[in-house]
Design a protein around this ligand. Structure first.
Ligand SMILES: NC(=O)c1ccc[n+]([C@@H]2O[C@H](COP(=O)([O-])OP(=O)(O)OC[C@H]3O[C@@H](n4cnc5c(N)ncnc54)[C@H](OP(=O)(O)O)[C@@H]3O)[C@@H](O)[C@H]2O)c1
Length: 346
């Protein structure tokens, strides 16, 4: 476990990276994304932040709270329902028209439902799109801006998907990846968690100057359960005194996820030419972390709530042997070719 003191020391040094870091928080209008965005605004010098979500009133509140944290920060809200890929494309187009580079993409869009498979206008399940397809689409669309960030000081270029890195299980369904025939809530979770994990490796090997992370935030008290039926929400409320014994306070989660997003411990595979570190140089004697492939500093990291490297290495090795990275990559690119951004349709 990385101590909270080290996490806070590292985050406090974010200001040493200088002014004008640009960060996108998809799912930044509530819970873990909101806490991470606020920690970023608090610690960065004159940051420029984009918040993406549906709730304009939540965004307005957060923008005011961010002003109190750092008057020099600029926080913009881009309203979108990102369970639709067309909406992801629209937001990316707007960001690309305004920014030359982007230092951080932090994604935590998601919900908790018992509703089963509900298709969006592209024929993809909405929950799978929130957990997975929208996240990969943001990364793919914004790769040129992440790449620009690798070429100029402070060389911070990172993509972080906050879902459940390290909780992968066996049984990934390669025959029905989109779960058109065999949808269940637990299958939806495992398909999207496994693909998030293995896509970190695929993106990192193709973009070695950028770091890719899939993290698990721990159990956190947020409004995540708001779409569950009343009986389920009452059940969670009744069990909360027990659950809360294991819960991570939301402010701590914000600091810990920001550490993952900015610490040089999670180094890209390729060091910046003109700098010893990408991100805040490791503090407190922390070593460069082990990547998904088991090698130190490989640029793709699966990180637990306590900022340790997570996951079952034997399971990862079995998945690797079965070609999981290629399966996830080929499937995702096939979906994106089938559903190109409207301005790229033939
Ligand atoms: N909380 C936990 O204990 C826990 C544990 C493990 C994993 N996670 C994962 O962590 C992530 C964040 O969870 P959280 O607890 O922070 O939940 P949360 O407080 O409910 O936040 C979810 C965020 O996703 C956004 N969102 C949901 N549907 C959207 C849509 N259709 N279009 C655009 N944005 C949408 C919400 O914004 P709007 O409402 O403004 O649309 C909100 O900003 C989720 O993926 C969750 O599965 C959470």
């Amino acid at each position: 476990m990385v101590s909270l003191d080290i996490v806070k020391e590292s985050n406090a040094r974010l200001r040493e990276l200088g002014p004008g870091l640009v960060a996108l928080f998809v799912g930044g209008t509530s819970g873990i994304g909101e806490a991470t965005a606020k920690a970023f605004v608090h610690h960065a010098v004159s940051p420029h932040v984009y918040l993406v979500g549906r709730s304009a009133s939540a965004a307005e509140r957060i923008i005011q709270e961010c002003k109190a944290l750092n008057n020099d920060g600029r926080v913009e809200f881009l309203q979108a329902d990102v369970s639709e890929l067309g909406e992801v494309d629209r937001v990316c187009k707007e960001i690309t028209s305004k920014e030359k580079h982007i230092n951080l993409i932090v994604q935590s869009q998601g919900n908790l439902t018992l509703a089963g498979r509900i298709e969006n206008s592209n024929g993809l399940d909405r929950k799978m799109t929130l957990n997975y397809y929208s996240r990969m689409r943001f990364i793919t669309n914004l790769l040129p801006l992440l790449k620009s960030a690798t070429m100029a000081p402070p060389y911070l270029s990172r993509s972080q998907s906050i879902l459940s890195g390290g909780t992968e299980k066996s049984g990934f369904d390669k025959d029905d990846i989109e779960l058109k025939e065999s949808y269940t809530g637990s299958k939806c979770a495992n398909q999207t968690i496994v693909m998030n994990t293995f896509m970190t490796g695929e993106y990192a090997s193709r973009n070695p100057a950028t770091t890719f992370v899939h993290s698990f935030p721990g159990v956190v008290k947020t409004p995540l359960a708001r779409e569950l039926p009343l009986w389920a929400r009452m059940g969670i409320t009744a069990m909360w005194p027990v659950i809360s014994l294991f819960a991570v306070p939301v402010d701590e989660v914000g600091e810990r996820q920001l550490y993952i997003a900015t610490s040089g411990v999670f180094a890209p595979a390729q060091k910046p030419k003109a700098s010893s570190s990408s991100g805040v140089p490791p503090v407190g004697g922390q070593e460069i972390a082990k990547g998904l492939d088991g090698n130190s500093g490989s640029g793709a990291y699966i990180v637990n709530w306590n900022d340790d490297i997570a996951g079952n290495q034997k399971l990862f090795a079995n998945y690797r042997k079965s070609g999981m990275g290629k399966t996830a990559w080929d499937h995702t690119m096939e979906v994106f070719q089938r559903l190109p951004p409207t301005d790229q349709k033939p």
